[in-house]
Write a protein that binds this ligand. Structure first.
Ligand SMILES: [Zn+2]
Ligand SMILES: [Zn+2]
Length: 140
């Protein structure tokens, strides 16, 4: 099984993530925009069973999302790097921030989600479909 490593900017938190992404996305929701300072966030949904923190103890911030679900945002308390999110209804997956992997170059986005709040100045690849919220109205 493929194992990818990653961590935060300062190195206090390190993780390992096994397996392949279940879904590769770019999220344009306002929460991701605020939390990252960027117009969208590249993320991959990975198995939470095959994901583990191998160094440090990240902090958690829980916010209620558009969908009504609680979203836990996990980040380094020292340098502030957002590492991954977990949705209360899908504890079997973690949404890892692609650019926190040591090598983020393999990422291939399948969808733009929450495109309803995309910034007009952000660039969109026309080959990647965009959805107002989630593809197929999935509620997570
Ligand atoms: Zn850090
Ligand atoms: Zn988002």
């Amino acid at each position: 099984m493929q194992t990818r490593t990653g961590g935060c900017l300062c190195g206090a938190v390190r993780y390992e993530s096994g397996g392949e992404p279940q879904f590769s996305l770019q999220c344009h929701c306002r929460d991701c925009q605020r939390a990252s300072g960027a117009p969208h966030v590249a993320a991959v949904r990975m198995s939470s069973e095959a994901f583990r923190i191998v160094r440090g103890t990240p902090k958690r911030y829980v916010a209620s999302a558009d969908s009504g679900n609680d979203v836990t945002r996990v980040f380094c308390g020292d340098c502030g790097t957002p590492l991954y999110v977990q949705v209360s209804t899908r504890l079997d997956i973690v949404g890892v921030r692609v650019c926190t992997f040591d090598d983020p170059a393999w990422f291939q986005p399948e969808a733009n989600i929450f495109f309803k709040s995309a910034q007009p100045w952000d660039h969109r690849d026309p080959d990647v479909p965009a959805f107002e919220t989630y593809p197929g109205g999935k509620s997570y």
